[in-house]
Design a protein around this ligand. Structure first.
Ligand code: SF4
Length: 201
């Protein structure tokens, strides 16, 4: 294998283990995954890694184009919970002229997006809307065949405070959050599948 591919395939994600700082992305997906990812560097297979690189490349290109039209890319947001946990995040794209939050996602799936994934994406969008007090939120999903799906939201209410406090306590007190009642599509793609469910997928 070439050195180029070795470098790309050796890529592993390491989550911060700052107890008082919680990322919105950690709260948007399975909390048990987020807890485990803080302790174990996560390695993905080559195919998944390349899909992640494609998605990251698309983000950079779109953000660069949009920045020329008054949109803010990678806007940093913060909020403190009543229990003192700091929630931090970076909004993909923010439009100050419409006070709108945009969450961009790339998927290699064609057709309708998986329900669990969609619910996690919308949760993330709602959290950013709450943190910025945005009036509008858009989830833009770009499929590998060039199809684009747009979801528009005007509702701001979320469970952000409760979920952040629950996750913060589990990290602070080293309590592993429970696994889901039964494995779902998020579990099927999860590197901790064997740990949670035993055996192979
Ligand atoms: S396998 Fe499922 S329950 Fe376990 S950490 Fe992954 S997503 Fe969460």
């Amino acid at each position: 294998m070439s050195r180029l591919l070795s470098v790309l395939f050796d890529y592993e994600t390491v989550s911060s283990n700052n107890i008082k700082e919680i990322w919105v992305s950690e709260l948007s997906r399975c909390l048990r995954y987020s807890f485990l990812a803080r302790r174990t560097p996560v390695r993905f297979n080559a195919e998944t890694l390349m899909k992640m690189h494609i998605g990251a490349g698309l983000h950079m290109r779109l953000q660069k184009i949009l920045a020329k039209h008054g949109f803010e890319a990678e806007k940093r947001v913060e909020r403190k919970t009543a229990l003192g946990f700091k929630i931090v995040g970076r909004i993909d794209v923010y439009d100050p002229s419409e006070e709108a939050v945009y969450e961009l996602k790339y998927t290699h799936h064609l057709g309708a997006i998986d329900k669990v994934k969609l619910s996690n994406y919308l949760r993330q969008l709602h959290y950013y809307m709450e943190m910025t007090e945005a009036k509008l939120g858009y989830l833009i999903i770009v499929h590998a065949d060039g199809q684009v799906t747009e979801y528009r939201r005007t509702q701001r209410y979320t469970d952000l405070e409760a979920r952040a406090n629950a996750f913060g306590i589990s990290v602070e007190e080293n309590i592993l959050p429970p696994r889901k009642p039964k494995p779902d599509s998020e579990c099927a793609e999860c590197p901790f599948f064997s740990f949670c469910w035993g055996g192979k997928k």
